[in-house]
Design a protein around this ligand. Sequence first.
Ligand code: AMP
Ligand code: ZN
Length: 320
Amino acid sequence: MVKREIFILKTGLTRCSRCGEDVEMAVYVDYMGRWLCKNCFIEFYEKKLRNTVLKYRMFSSSDLIGVAVSGGKDSMAMLTALSKVFPDLKIKAIHINLGIGDYSRDSENAVRRLCDQLGVELIIYDLKKHEGFSLPDLMKTAYRKRICGACGIIRRYLLNRIAWENGVRVVATGHTLDDTVELLFELYLNGRIEEIVRVKPVLEGGERLVKKVKPLIELTDQENKYYADFTETPYSEFECPLARGSRMLKRKELILRIEKEIPGFRHTFYKSHVKRFLPKLDGLIRRPELRACRNCGMPTIGDVCSYCKLVSKVLEVVKG
Ligand code: AMP
Ligand code: ZN
C-alpha cells in the first residue's frame, strides 16, 4: 500500500497554539485560524466528537450502534474515533458494496482493513448479489440523470433495513459539517421546508425505522482528513466515478470559496439553522404519517416506498 502523505501545511518549527510547543509538524484548522500539533489535534477532534454525541444525546456509552462506513475518509475517521472515545460501545460496522468497479472494490478493502485493525464486527452487503442490480445498472434507466439522488435512496433504505434486521436501533453516519451546509444551501435556496426540518444531528426512529445520528455534523471535511491521516486510519481515496462533476461537488467547492471570504461561514450557517430556524420550523411542519410499504413492509409515506419503485424499474431493464 502506498503510504499517504499527511497534509502538512507548515514544516520547520511551528508553535502549537494549544500546547505552546514548537513542533516539526502542524496542521492549520481553517475556521479557527490556528495551528495545532498532531497530539493536540487528535485530542481536539475527539473532544469535539464526544461533545457532539453527548450534547444531542445520540447514544449512551455502552449501547449497541451501527456505524455506516463507505470506506471514505469521513466515516472511517468516525469509526476510529468512536471506538476510541467510547470503548464500551458495541459497534456493528455496515458497508454496502454498490458494485461501482474499482471504486467499490477499494472501498470494501479499506473497510475490511480498518474493522480488522479495530476488532469491530463488520456486515458487508453486496448490492448485486442480494438485490440483483448494481449502481452502474441505473445508468441504463431514467435515474441516470439523478444518479446521486437515486444512490441516496438505495443507501438510506438498505442501511435502515440491514441495521433493523441485525437488531441495531441506532445508526451513525459520517455526514460532516461541509455535507450539511451544502445540503442546507440547496434546500434554503429552493425553499424546500419539509426537507429543511429533517436536516438535524438526530432523527428519531420508530417501527422498523432506526434512529439516525451524525456524530461528525460539527466537524469539517478537512478535520476528518487530518484525523484519519494522524491516526493512520486506512481509507479509500478513490472518488466515485458516477458523482464526478455533480452539482453537489460544485456546491461544496463554492462553499469553500465563501468560507475563504467569510471565515466561519459554515459554522454560522449551521448554528443559525439548528438554533434559530429548526425550533421554530419544527412546530410548524408536521411530520407525515408513516405506514408500511405494500411491497416490502418498511416505513414509507406513500403506498409503495421509493426504494421498491426504483427496484422494479431497474430490474425491468437489467432482466431485459
Ligand atoms: P455520502 O452521501 O456519500 O456523503 O455519505 C454519507 C454517509 O453515508 C457516509 O459518511 C457513510 O456513513 C454513509 N455511507 C455512504 N456510502 C455508504 C456505503 N456504501 N455503505 C455504508 N455506508 C455508506
Ligand atoms: Zn418498499
